[in-house]
Structure formats: C-alpha cells, structure tokens
Design a protein around this ligand. Structure first.
Ligand code: GLA
Length: 392
C-alpha cells in the first residue's frame, strides 16, 4: 500500500533519500454536534481513513509539497521565510499555516523539507480532511524540529490555524479527535476545560456505517459562521441575567426557565439545540458505559432531529439518509456527523443487517435525490503519529 507513495516521492522530488512516514486519521462524531464552540461536550472518534505524509529534511530553506490527491497542482515550492497565506497556494496553506504558527510559538524550523501527502478520506465528506492535513504536518514538524511540543499543543495550534490563518471559525473537536484519538475508543471531551475520558467502543455485533451524501458543500463555511454568531447572540441575551460563559453552562431545565431572555426566535432555537445536545452527549456516555446500546441509538436519532428542526443544518440529503436508516431493522441509531449542510451521516447497524440496510438507503436516496450515496465502514483507528522510522 505504501510502496506507491515511496515511488512517487522519489520520482517527484528526484531523490534517493529515504523519507519518514507519518499518518493522521480523519474523524467521525458519535454525538455532540455544534456544541464545541458553545463550551459543551463532544464524543468523536478517530477513524482509519486519513492522511499519510512522507517527509525528508533538506539542507536548505526550501519546502516542496506534493499531494497525490491533487496531481494537477504539481510540486509546490515555497521558501521557509514566505509562509503567509496565499490563495494561489491552495491546499498547501494548511501545512504552511502549521509551519508558521509552530514557528511563531517557538519551534526552530531551521531547514526545509520535501513532503508528499496522500489522503484516503473521501473528498468533501465532512470527515475532517483539513484537520487531518494540519495534524499530520504537526506531528512531522514535532518529530523533526520541535520535540518539546506536546500533542495537545499541536491540537491547539491546528485550531488556531483553522481560525486565524484559514479563516474558518471552527471549534476544537476535529483537531482534538485526530490528535488525541485512540484505537477502538471514542473521546468524551468537555470543550470548556479540555478534560476528557476515553470510552471503549466495543461493538461485537454492530458496525459503524458512514454514508456520504455526495452533496457538494459550497455554502458550508458562511452558514457555519452564521450559526456561531446566532449562538453568541443567544448567549449575550442570557448573560443579562445569568452569570455564564458558554451556552452549554446551563441545563435544559434552566434553558426552559430563562429562554424568554433570548429575543430572537431563531437564536432561541439554536440555543435550544446546543443545550439539549449537550445533555444528550452527557447521557450518551452513561448509556455506553451501561451497554445500553438501544438508548445510545435513540439519543443519536434525537440529535439528528434537533439538528434538522432547531439547528437547521441537515438538508434533504442528510435527512433522507438518517431517517431512512432509522426505520430499518438492525439500526440502533443514525444521524448526520460533523458540520452538516451535506457531508456524511453515520449509522450503527447490526452486522447481519448491514447489506440489507445499505441497499434500502441506496434505493430510497437515489430515487429521491437523483444520485447515489457512498458507503464506508468505519474502524476506529489511532491518533496522528509517526508510523515508520525508515521506509516501509
Ligand atoms: C465542524 C467543526 C467542528 C464542530 C463541528 C460541528 O466539524 O470543525 O469544530 O463545530 O463542525 O459539531
């Protein structure tokens, strides 16, 4: 599998040097959606799809990037002292941002590198391919130049790059899931304190199925930032009476008591989703600990409904998939995962029903939407790290 990457590395960079190999996963989120920028809980897991990076240090100050996913872009050559954002540099802005921000936080990146990237995360799937590129870059920069950085430092720098360099106002969930993930575990993370616990995901009779809508997500970033603003505005209204820092500092009961403080009906709906979703995410961990998979699945279904009705980030494609899946025998629960507006849904499906469920979703989706969904089986893999000392 990795042999072709090595061959391409040597060919594109015209070198005989043996690169080091690193890998960062993508992520799914089991439950806890649009809570991470509201100080609530999330429950993501790193997956076995992700981004490989083959890297070798150079003797000069030149960085050369090549992605096997964007061969048409060719080799992009940059000087180590010209790391500012540049639209023309396209996808390489993600690794450039990591380099710039790690440098400004004390990493002595003294030499250039040749880096080949190869990603196995499906395109525009909402499975965090950009955070995966950031984190694989973070781990190789740490290994080569910045050993004093912790994995959590890399996670936080990744989020800063996304917010301040790329300009997407996202929370910390994606980088945290990718940087701190653990094989066969999901991470129950309190985004207000960054306290977390690993919850074993032991599903001998079930499979996590990822279903990609294949819908292009053109409006995602602006809608995402709009949802954030609506939550902030609801929080401002609540803060007139309540001494809170985040929406998720209050319980659903408190929300019911104080919701009249929120003047805009739309902002009220958004706040309701975040606060109830946070409660569901707390309950989900308990249900999982007690092996109450049926209850866990019901929480997933309720999460989808709230994202559809109150947060309004699903759309007909995700609704068709989640709602069709929820009705099938052998499905514990189904919901959209990630930001929404397209991308993927996940379903927890009893193994013996897997084919039947896929067939039904495929039929209903294709008939209603006009094109096919794509199915992927998710295994929960490990966090971003170096995977070989020498090559293959
Ligand atoms: C995107 C963002 C995350 C999170 C989710 C929604 O994936 O990058 O920070 O807000 O959407 O839960």
């Amino acid at each position: 599998m990795q042999e072709f990457m090595l061959t391409t590395f040597k060919e594109k960079f015209d070198t005989d040097k043996e690169p080091l190999t690193f890998f960062a996963p993508g992520r799914i989120n089991l439950i806890g959606e649009h809570t991470d920028y509201n100080g609530g809980y999330v429950f993501p897991a790193s997956i076995s799809f992700g981004t490989y990076a083959l890297v070798s240090k150079r003797d000069d100050q030149i960085i050369r990037f090549y992605s096997m996913n964007f061969p048409e872009t060719g080799v992009v050559t940059i000087d180590l002292d010209s790391l500012d954002y540049d639209t023309e540099h396209d996808w390489t802005n993600y690794p450039k941002g990591m380099m710039q921000f790690m440098r400004s936080q004390g990493a002595s990146i003294s030499h250039g590198v040749d880096v080949l990237y190869y990603g196995t995360i499906p395109n525009s799937a909402g499975l965090s391919s950009s955070a995966s590129i950031e984190m694989v870059t973070g781990v190789f920069l740490k290994a080569l130049f910045a050993n004093s950085f912790s994995q959590l430092d890399l996670v936080q720098i990744g989020q800063q790059v996304e917010n301040e360099y790329i300009g997407v106002n996202s929370g910390i969930m994606d980088q945290f899931a990718i940087g701190m993930g653990k094989q066969d575990h999901a991470i129950h993370l309190d985004t207000s304190t960054l306290d977390y616990t690993y919850a074993p995901i032991h599903l001998p009779a079930h499979q996590i199925l990822i279903i990609h809508t294949n819908k292009a997500r053109t409006l995602q970033d602006s809608k995402y930032n709009e949802r954030r603003e609506q939550c902030e505005s609801a929080l401002n209204d609540l803060q007139k009476k309540l001494d809170i820092k985040h929406l998720c500092d209050i319980t659903p009961d408190e929300f019911e008591r104080y919701e009249s403080l929120i003047t805009s009906p739309v902002d009220k709906q958004r706040a309701k989703h975040a606060i109830y979703e946070n409660q569901r995410t707390i309950e989900a961990l308990e249900e999982l600990k007690q092996h109450n998979l049926q209850q866990f699945g019901k929480l997933m279904n309720a999460s989808h409904q709230s994202l559809k009705e109150d947060y309004e980030v699903t759309g007909v494609e995700l609704d068709t998939i989640a709602e069709t899946a929820q009705k099938q025998p052998g499905v514990l629960g189904a919901r959209m995962t990630g930001a929404g507006f397209g991308g993927c849904a996940i379903a927890i499906v009893e193994k013996k029903y897997l084919e039947q469920v896929q067939q039904k979703i495929q039929d209903v989706y294709t008939e209603n939407i006009g094109y096919e969904p794509t199915f992927y089986i998710a295994n929960i893999g490990d966090q971003a790290k170096q995977i070989t000392n020498e090559v293959m």
